[in-house]
Design a protein around this ligand. Structure first.
Ligand SMILES: NC(=O)c1ccc[n+]([C@@H]2O[C@H](COP(=O)([O-])OP(=O)(O)OC[C@H]3O[C@@H](n4cnc5c(N)ncnc54)[C@H](OP(=O)(O)O)[C@@H]3O)[C@@H](O)[C@H]2O)c1
Length: 325
């Protein structure tokens, strides 16, 4: 296959190359694309150096697959070009996620949506949403879902390489001139991710709400989130409260999580942390508690590597599903 990778030099793009290699994804020709800043950079992939170019109308000709992780503006500009050239586009940005003609897919939850990629574009969900929605699907299958409240603890790599650089600079006592964060992140906890909306919510919180509803195909499900940036390099965590249709025992809920594809089987009373999942493709769940005042409400904790299952791995799994029919 000829595969274009837009954003090849970024945090997700580099992880994508690792995942493609580790999963032995067949690639005859790689077309790594990035900004003018990276033009001419060489990228090592499977014993060959591939030269990074800026995207042009020619870049996608003959490509079977185009994996995008270069931000929403680039996706809006180039995804239709790549799709018109015949490539199937899998996009990690937020550009197409709410387009009704673009499937928004977590393969373990709604792979059937892949049957309808009418624009030739498939959207990969927001990184915090992917891990939460896999856990929610386990609960839906076991006891039905009534409502969801999530508080996320999101690592700096969720903001890309500049987020990692900002944490490193600040931790070393320097000022991070190009920090993507609204406040100092080293030694801090920042209750703010993405642009502020007039309502007081921020864009990340809207993404968790809207994308969760769309992936679960439950457009009226009450979902709210508070999204928080924490000084962790890799791995997002979320504390989630879900109200179910029917009361379940703690044992049945833990069994439902264990039975859910995508969730790694864990110990009873597990309390997995970002460091436990960084560098793995596991979604891990722990801290399962039944609400003392409402037997139909469950509280739990979920963690995953945002660059892998939250982005690159999910995208490559989608590509594998498409390849395998
Ligand atoms: N980080 C995560 O956990 C995560 C999870 C899910 C989705 N995403 C999404 O994935 C995308 C990339 O995120 P990231 O974390 O990898 O960010 P990043 O580390 O900042 O990387 C951005 C990539 O985009 C390229 N780029 C920037 N401007 C460009 C332009 N004008 N033309 C072509 N390429 C350009 C960069 O190239 P240069 O190196 O040349 O600047 C780089 O390869 C974003 O849309 C993000 O929302 C990220």
């Amino acid at each position: 296959l000829r595969v274009a990778l837009l954003g090849a030099t970024g945090a997700v793009g580099r992880t994508m190359l690792e995942i493609l290699d580790a999963r032995h994804f067949e690639i005859d020709e790689l077309v790594p694309l990035a900004s003018a800043r990276s033009r001419g950079t060489r990228i090592r992939f499977r014993d060959r150096d591939w030269c990074v170019e800026e995207p042009t109308g020619q870049s996608f000709l003959g490509c079977d697959l185009a994996l995008f992780s270069a931000g929403a503006a680039r996706s809006r500009a180039w995804a239709p070009v790549a799709a018109d050239a015949g490539a199937m586009v899998i996009d990690n940005s937020s550009a197409w996620r709410m387009d009704p003609d673009v499937p928004l897919v977590v393969p373990e939850v709604n792979a059937s949506a892949l049957l309808r990629p009418s624009r030739g574009i498939i959207a990969n969900p927001n990184c915090a949403t992917i891990q939460i929605v896999i856990a929610l699907e386990a609960l839906r299958r076991a006891g039905g879902l009534r409502s969801v409240i999530a508080t996320t603890f999101q690592s700096v790599s969720g903001a890309g390489q500049s987020g990692i650089d900002a944490l490193d600079s600040e931790a070393a006592g320097r000022i991070a001139a190009d920090s993507p964060f609204v406040r100092t992140i080293a030694g801090n906890v920042v209750p703010w991710i993405g642009p502020r909306l007039e309502s007081g919510w921020n864009e990340e919180e809207e993404k968790v709400r809207n994308e969760t509803r769309r992936i679960l195909d439950m457009p009226d499900l009450p979902v709210t989130a508070t999204c928080v940036r924490v000084p962790v390099r890799v791995g997002h965590a979320a504390a989630v409260t879900a109200r179910l249709e029917q009361a379940l025992s703690r044992d049945s809920i833990e069994a439902a999580f264990r039975a859910m594809p995508g969730i790694a089987p864990g110990e009873r009373d597990a309390d997995p942390t970002p460091l436990d999942v960084a560098g793995t493709d596991d979604v891990r769940v722990g801290r399962v508690r039944i609400d003392p005042d409402d037997p139909r409400t469950v509280h739990f904790w979920v963690v995953a590597d945002n660059l892998r299952k939250g982005a690159a791995t999910n995208a490559v799994q989608i590509a594998e599903r498409l390849r395998d029919g």
